[in-house]
Write a protein that binds this ligand. Structure first.
Ligand code: OSB
Ligand code: MG
Length: 370
């Protein structure tokens, strides 16, 4: 693919509102933009998604930096890459560190699509021209604030509402929510906040006609989830527990979930995300695209992935303005009536605003290729 150099930018963006989950609060997003440049001057972009603390899964901004600089970029510098699918295989000797791998694979995919002069969605086999999106609303200090957020999200047209829950902010909270929004498509995400001791408690969620409950139990479990799924009606969706196609196969075969949230970063890139999508399609398991509070580049990759046919449920790819006062891409991601128009320009289909990226960048490095 004639890569000439890779630029690594460390950026930091402040979220409009703090985002609270069962594992903690986030107010700033620190991440890397990976820019892969070829001999013709094409520029492919990827964005890393790991947070500063290993609260969601084990990766962090620092482990991403370590992996990129000391292992992943050196592997690419020594290799021939004909197609982005090669990247997953080249990275196989490096165990896990999926978010680091995905960030650079994403840049290679964008570069490839630009070299082919086709949209990224088309390059990965996507078909949709618009995608349906929902919104993920963090834990709120009061019920009033939560109800207001839901109201605003519905006014914007989001196709479904995802609410974060944790012990102490679940059953009573949902009772209030259902009183105000009796038929709104609602799901909940626990980010691993419960254990099997909570089975009777979790069974109470069945009263609320939720679309699903995401990752109620441990981040690395699929056995307890299978037990729980037999005890509750609400479909379980796995997020943290699915890090590969093999994980997806085992979870589906064990009955640990009825839905899978696919995140490109969590599974190590678009190649593996697509394989999980294809397997789920074959098995009749619905999937949707999760989010990691991405800036515009990561958001654009999520949009492209969601154009695959088995992304049948609305994803967490809300519009740029849900997160940021200013995004790093142009145009920004816009949601109208709960829909995003898939861009038709080559690659990710959004231009990176160099001036904004530079303003958000605290340091950068260049890696040259022969
Ligand atoms: O579990 O899906 C999650 C945000 C940070 C970490 C984990 C999760 C989330 C979200 C928000 O739910 C998704 C988004 O809007 O990008
Ligand atoms: Mg989740």
């Amino acid at each position: 693919m004639a890569i000439e150099r890779i630029n690594l930018y460390k950026a930091n963006m402040r979220l409009k509102n703090p985002f609270q989950t069962s594992f903690g609060v986030m107010q700033e997003k620190e991440f890397f933009v990976i820019e892969a440049i070829d001999h013709d001057g094409n520029r492919g972009y990827g964005e890393s998604v790991a947070f500063r603390s290993p609260w969601y899964t084990e990766e962090t901004v620092k482990t991403t930096e370590h992996m990129l600089e000391d292992f992943l970029i050196p592997i690419l510098q020594k290799s021939e890459i004909d197609h982005p699918n090669d990247v997953f295989r080249l990275f196989r000797p490096i165990k896990r560190n999926n978010m680091a791998k995905a960030s650079i694979e994403g840049a290679i995919w964008d570069l490839y699509a630009k070299q082919q002069n086709i949209p990224l969605a088309k390059a990965i086999g996507g078909e949709k021209t618009t995608i349906e999106v929902g919104i993920s609303i963090g834990l709120q200090p009061t019920i009033k604030e939560l109800l207001d957020k839901i109201e605003a999200a519905l006014a914007t047209g989001y196709k479904r509402i995802k609410l974060k829950i944790k012990p102490g902010q679940d059953i009573e909270m949902l009772k209030e929510v259902r009183q105000h929004f009796p038929v709104t498509p609602i799901m909940v995400d626990a980010n691993s906040a419960y254990t099997l001791e909570d089975v009777d408690h979790l069974r109470k969620l069945d009263a609320f006609q939720l679309m699903m409950i995401e990752q109620p139990l441990a981040h690395d479990d699929i056995v307890d989830h299978a037990f729980l799924q037999k005890k509750i009606e609400t479909p379980i969706c796995l997020d943290e527990s699915i890090n590969s196609l093999d994980d997806a196969k085992r979870a589906i075969q064990l009955g640990s979930c009825k839905v899978i949230n696919i995140k490109i970063g969590r599974v190590g890139g678009i190649y593996e995300a697509k394989r999980i999508h294809d397997y789920c399609k074959e098995m009749g398991v619905d999937v949707w695209c999760g989010g990691m509070l991405e800036a515009g580049i990561g958001r654009a990759h999520n949009i492209a992935l969601t154009t695959l046919s088995n992304f049948t449920l609305p994803g967490d790819t809300a519009g740029s303005s849900n997160y940021w006062y200013e995004d790093i891409i142009q145009p920004e991601v816009i949601v109208e009536q709960g829909l995003i128009q898939v861009p038709t320009k080559p690659g990710i289909g959004f231009d990176v605003k160099e001036e904004s990226l530079n303003r958000f960048t605290s340091s950068s490095k260049t890696f040259t290729f022969n």
